[in-house]
Design a protein. Structure first.
Length: 294
């Protein structure tokens, strides 16, 4: 099947988890002409996710990036549910974006496997967990892939399509075609710790922190070296502040367990996290930030 045929075979989707990533994924699916049901465990979370999508679309209209017509179409294609069976009725694809806990994801994939035919594509948006282990919890693990979106989903172009040893070519190709239909620029990655993005991003981030520890240069100058010398849009230390030092520490600990010493978090990172210097969200990381609480 061609890319277009594969993507066109998807008319209905469910997104599980209406948080930061789930609402963004649902928004982009609906904007791509796909009937999308946003599922969460509470009515409040679903309403909140749908309200955030409406807010994003309103901003898009105000900036002239989204037409009134496209916005109305997307809103009409969106629905919400707190009942899983209802959410996944008649879908060709499910994208899971619940919290990063293996047992939670395995439980959901077990239920999806029992309820959905083998032709339904099951994708997880996990940023670090083993997709092989998630897929093992479901019937027909060959239809499971990772679709790793980036935040904010409606703006960031990258999607890592992650295949396990058991993923069928058809499942991976369908996910790639779907990502393209969503206006994204996907990459094809094998299931390995940190996939293609976090592994390199963390390696550079950890080394930059070691350089601050060793007084090689100031945080500003290390970042400037990468921005001006290597064309990075943002230096690795500023990026660490934006992502959150605690989040990066957790990923580095996970990767050092899986891939070895070279990912060991530097002492300075641990000390800063212990002091509550978590980056932008706490007002201080490698830079000082003004904290804006909404
Ligand atoms: P989040 O905490 O913002 O949202 C998670 C949502 O899932 C919440 O609304 C919660 O109520 C809901 N939920 C909890 N249990 C559920 C269940 N059993 N069924 C359905 N919904 C349930 O989390 P997030 O930041 O959107 O992350 C979701 C996933 O995406 C994680 O696997 C994370 O690693 C991954 N991810 C996050 C980012 C990011 O920048 N935040 C980027 C890429 C991938």
């Amino acid at each position: 099947m061609s890319d277009q045929d594969l993507a066109a075979s998807i008319q209905r989707a469910a997104v599980l988890g209406a948080g930061t990533m789930g609402h963004g994924i649902a928004q982009v699916l609906a904007m791509s002409g796909i009937e999308t049901c946003l599922f969460d465990i509470s009515e409040e979370a679903v309403a909140d996710g749908l309200a955030k999508i409406a807010g994003n679309l309103d901003k898009g209209v105000a900036r002239g990036k989204v037409s009134e017509e496209d916005k109305a179409g997307a809103v009409a294609r969106l629905s919400g549910a707190v009942d899983l069976e209802r959410a996944i009725e008649g879908v060709q694809v499910v994208v899971e974006a619940v919290p990063e806990r293996m047992e939670l994801k395995r439980d959901l994939f077990g239920r999806l496997g029992a309820a959905l035919g083998p032709e339904v594509l099951l994708a997880t948006n996990t940023s670090s967990l083993s997709i092989t282990e998630i897929a093992d919890a479901t019937a027909h693990p060959e239809r499971v892939v990772g679709m790793h979106f980036f935040n904010p989903v409606h703006i960031m172009k990258l999607v890592e399509v992650v295949r396990t040893e058991r993923s069928s070519d058809e499942a991976a190709e369908k996910a790639i075609a779907l990502a393209r239909r969503m206006g994204k620029d996907p990459i094809d990655v094998r299931d390995a710790p940190g996939f293609a993005s976090s592994r390199l991003g963390i390696a550079i981030g950890m080394e930059a922190i070691r350089m601050v520890e060793e007084n090689v240069a100031s945080a500003e100058d290390i970042d400037k070296a990468m921005v001006l010398g290597y064309g990075f849009p943002m230096g690795p230390l500023k990026l660490t502040d934006l992502v959150g030092l605690d989040v990066r520490l957790a990923i580095a600990e996970y990767l050092s367990g899986e891939l070895g010493e070279r990912f060991s978090p530097p002492a300075l990172l641990r000390e800063k996290v212990a002091r509550g210097e978590l980056g932008k969200k706490s007002g201080k990381g490698f830079y000082d930030w003004e904290v804006t609480r909404g």
